[in-house]
Design a protein around this ligand. Structure first.
Ligand SMILES: Cc1cc2nc3c(=O)[nH]c(=O)nc-3n(C[C@H](O)[C@H](O)[C@H](O)COP(=O)(O)O)c2cc1C
Length: 192
């Protein structure tokens, strides 16, 4: 039996994107965004949707750049914390004991402790309503060497990322073993 639910931003799981930016005085800031994801392959783009009330919104408008950082599981508390307080009131890097490093590619800081960071130049800014979508072109990537797999690409199993689930209790979830493989598992059906 199916039931109908009211329209809402329901996707079961959401990425946890830690958005890094500089304010007008060059002070580094980070915030958590769950509304976002890869937006285009060529040019390579990622989007984050932000409320105008955030400091990050204004930082990106002024600097034209941001980073998207992926925390590993051991930084779940830090990732949640930077989503609860504003850089207007708190030096979040300092309080969370995280290290800002200036990107070589764009005018934005990345988080040294996190295994993977995308360095983005603002490509498009699309007002949608409560949120404005910032589409960033990925100009570079900084990765911990020790998460690289044999093919030289960052390995999900080594980076230990986590996702957010809206219900129940807004939990953060770790990833288990793969249950299938892209462009491969479906061949069993395709060729039957
Ligand atoms: C799990 C989680 C997800 C969030 N996702 C978003 C989001 O997608 N967009 C947004 O504007 N705020 C989001 N927030 C809230 C911001 O992170 C929060 O308002 C933050 O204090 C803004 O920081 P800033 O003012 O330093 O930029 C989220 C918070 C949490 C904890």
């Amino acid at each position: 039996m199916k039931v109908s639910l009211p329209p809402q931003t329901l996707m079961l799981t959401y990425p946890i994107l830690i958005v890094g930016s500089y304010d007008a005085g060059g002070k580094p800031n980070i915030m958590t965004a769950a509304w976002g994801g890869i937006a285009c392959s060529q040019p390579p783009c990622i989007s984050v949707s932000l409320r105008e009330a955030t400091l990050t919104y204004h930082n990106i408008c002024a600097s034209g750049a941001f980073t998207v950082n992926f925390a590993s599981e051991k930084y779940v508390r830090e990732a949640d914390f930077v989503g609860m307080v504003s850089g207007r009131d708190t030096d979040k890097f300092n309080v969370a004991q995280l290290t800002p490093v200036k990107s070589k590619q764009v005018n934005a800081p990345f988080v040294d402790e996190f295994p993977l960071s995308l360095e983005c130049k603002l490509f498009k800014k699309i007002p949608l309503g409560s949120h404005t979508m910032f589409v960033g072109e990925i100009m570079g990537i900084v990765s911990d060497q020790n998460i690289l797999g044999q093919n030289g690409a960052p390995d999900v199993g080594k980076a230990h990322p986590f996702v957010w689930g809206s219900s129940p209790k807004m939990g953060y979830y770790s990833l288990g073993e793969p249950v299938g493989f892209g462009f491969s598992s479906g061949k069993e059906i395709q060729h039957q």
